[in-house]
Design a protein around this ligand. Sequence first.
Ligand code: FAD
Length: 543
Amino acid sequence: RLAKESPRKIPIPPGHTAQSLEVALRDLAEILGQQWVKFNDVPLIDGDYHAVPLSHDSYHILDPDDLVPSAVCWPADTEDVVKTVKWANKWKVPIWPISVGRNLGYGGSAPRVRGSLVLDLGRRMDRILSVDTENAVCLIEPGVQYVTLYEHLQEIGVGNDLWVDVPDLPGGSVMGNALERGVGYTPYGDHWAHHIGLEVVTPTGEVIRTGMGSMEGSECWQLFPYGYGPHQDGIFSQSNYGIVTKMGMELLPNPGGVRVFMAAFPRREDLYQAIEIIRPLMIKKIIGNVPMFRLGLQDASLYKTRDDFELDERGIVKPDSLKKVIEELKTGEWVFYAVVYGPDEITQAKYEYVKKQLGQINGTKFYQREDVPPEHYLHNYAHYTTGIPTWRELDRMKWVPNASHMFFAPVSANSGQDAERQSNMCKKRMEEYGFNCLDTFFIGTRAMHHVISFMYNRKDAEERTRALACIRALIDDCAKLGIGEYRTHLALQDQVAKTYNWNDGAIMKFNEKIKDALDPNGILQPGRSGIWPKEYRGKGFEL
Ligand code: FAD
């Protein structure tokens, strides 16, 4: 359809006019097939998690028409991706690959530069290429979702033996999430750490395989990650250095038993002592998964909306009202969800040990599945920790009307002092801006992702502006103390990148050198993670 006939004007990327873009996109349609290229002239409808639009960020924090592509294309295979990359270099059109586009809370399917072409890899490149049941690994394409991988393992009869680490919601891409360094709940909860081998199309259209995949005839691509010489994989996560077309993933062998439990702590101050107790349990691997330490209010948001509580004039839940709900739901000011794995004799002993340690905190209550009603989140948690997809986390997306959220996700040491400092600081700042602080610590071996669900009404422009201002203030607050985020929304990537500033920002200078060497025309995801190609640098694109 011609731009002038369009119901919505097609966003034009830098350096183009409507006419030049149309000529370029018609050329792409010739290359990929007419039905595989579509102009983004559709109304911006937010949809929901199950129907995420490719037209814009459905959880928009800026104006919905700010971070929008000019068009979307659907490559069928690596060869099509190469052709599209070469096309982008020829016409100098910025491109933005997505695997599934459910990066909700971090920008959804949207590109950073208005008018980019979105490559929706997942729609046609969605094959599970192999499952090696003996070695517990698989090779996948971008469109493989957690739920489809889970179902595939069931279908081929190995679902009980090999588990997929699922995050909160299973409709995301196994590859897209790992590239973002997302997290789940089993011992394989650090998704990037459990990928093994990549196939990548570079910004100039070469195809490489990393690790053992770089050797003709090797059968160890999904078994040994490094190969020989420098290990390149790291530069392809959270970056704009390549388009990943295949990825190996480790599957978790069934550990032969599981004991899931929850500990509820009565006081906010218990955070300090609890994390101090949990640290050695993690580092010694007594707790075997990525457990979570969640604020009682955050837990309650799975069952209640904000309006179910008594609020003060800023919209903050009153402490007495929270107390009543905590009693009603039988949770705590903080709740700790964790799991120990292995045969019964082992899990029984480990559970008793963990209980003894955490039981040092006065008033701590312990629950297993048999102690809680059927609607209790602990049952969903039991699914997550055994690799079974659940959609339960969508329940919290009713907290406010038209609820969207951004994640504010700083990293904390596994230390009571750090956790308490971060949690109190974030609560104070968020309440000042009129937001309830809903935080969870996802606990790794030595550090935690402190993930705050920043809920706002996306149809209320004032609330969006306030939410953005608040997160910006939080990023600065944290940076002053040397606290950095592990991942952030598109609109905040420049700010967060600047906080990684040791030695006069040496890391960004290094990133820019790599960018300029690999992507001389600056076509691939300009601005991702704050890395701008030279044509864009210092020209007002930063947010
Ligand atoms: P995509 O949107 O496809 O991609 C993510 C990013 O990677 C994009 O920037 C994209 O440009 C880039 N990318 C994707 N594929 C490629 C490729 N092939 N080559 C190069 N670059 C690529 N996240 C978690 O990690 N853990 C959670 O527990 C979690 N819980 C959530 C709960 C709720 C209620 C919501 C709304 C979101 C949650 N998220 C969570 C965030 C998000 O939904 C997931 O991380 C999701 O998996 C990311 O979307 P995706 O997999 O579709 O990736």
